[in-house]
Design a binder for this molecule. Structure first.
Ligand SMILES: C[S@@+](CC[C@H](N)C(=O)[O-])C[C@H]1O[C@@H](n2cnc3c(N)ncnc32)[C@H](O)[C@@H]1O
Length: 218
């Protein structure tokens, strides 16, 4: 089996310095998030920004759904990469961070392309299901307890060959630590097993950021 290199902070910095350059508003969000202390770690990593950008450019999804927006970094990353005729629906229950995210979308001239629903994700997904929405790509990055619920509802609205990308599936590496059996670690393990056994999709897990699952509907 081939071995992987360990990504140190210095190497991560090198990678970021030699990858596509973030848009000024993406950089502004990252700067703002740094003022939030511990909460900053909610945002996706820079390598995840690069990968999301590439996937959107290559795959050209017309309809994107995001579950878990926070201050908008992942949303804006996808919004900036998508074509003019594409649009994105995002869901987050936090009013305060959603208002901040919306301001960044306005600054990036993307407010007409991004519709941020401020509500509980499960309710939001039920409404989208009811209105028979169809998506090409879904990005899940909200409460881990509900990942299977979000995955199941999203899969119903996903086109054939559509993609569901889910963040935090390696959970700081704790998924393989037998001594870690807290509620969230167990939930993430259950999510990974759920997808692994699901013959409606094919899945790969990439060790980028906190681990990204990329799942294609068959
Ligand atoms: C990890 S953060 C998302 C980070 C974001 N993708 C980014 O790149 O900055 C998780 C978000 O999920 C939201 N969230 C948690 N539980 C939720 C729920 N039940 N319904 C809707 N949003 C929820 C939180 O308010 C938080 O903003």
């Amino acid at each position: 089996m081939g071995s992987n290199i360990k990504i140190t902070n210095e190497l991560e910095e090198y990678i970021n310095n030699h990858s596509y350059k973030l848009n000024p508003i993406q950089r502004e969000i990252i700067k703002y998030n740094k003022t939030l202390g511990e909460k900053k770690k909610m945002q996706i990593s820079l390598s995840q920004c690069h990968l999301l950008h590439l996937i959107i450019k290559l795959y050209n999804p017309k309809k994107i759904l995001e579950i878990g927006t926070f201050t908008g970094l992942s949303t804006l990353t996808m919004g900036l990469a998508m074509n003019n005729d594409s649009n994105l629906i995002a869901i987050d229950k936090n009013k305060q961070t959603s208002e901040i995210a919306k301001n960044f979308f306005v600054k990036a001239n993307l407010e007409s392309k991004i519709n941020l629903l401020i509500k509980n994700a499960s309710d939001g997904l039920d409404e989208l299901l009811k209105s028979k929405e169809v998506f090409d790509l879904v990005f899940i990055d909200a409460d881990k307890e509900n990942y299977i619920n979000y995955f199941e509802k999203s899969l119903k609205m996903l086109k054939k060959s559509g993609i569901i990308i889910t963040d935090n599936v390696l959970w700081y590496g704790d998924v393989i630590d037998k001594n870690k059996n807290d509620k969230l670690t167990i939930k993430i393990r259950e999510f990974n097993s759920h997808i692994d056994k699901d013959n409606r999709v094919e899945n790969i897990i990439l060790p980028i950021g906190d681990g990204l699952s990329i799942c294609r509907k068959l």
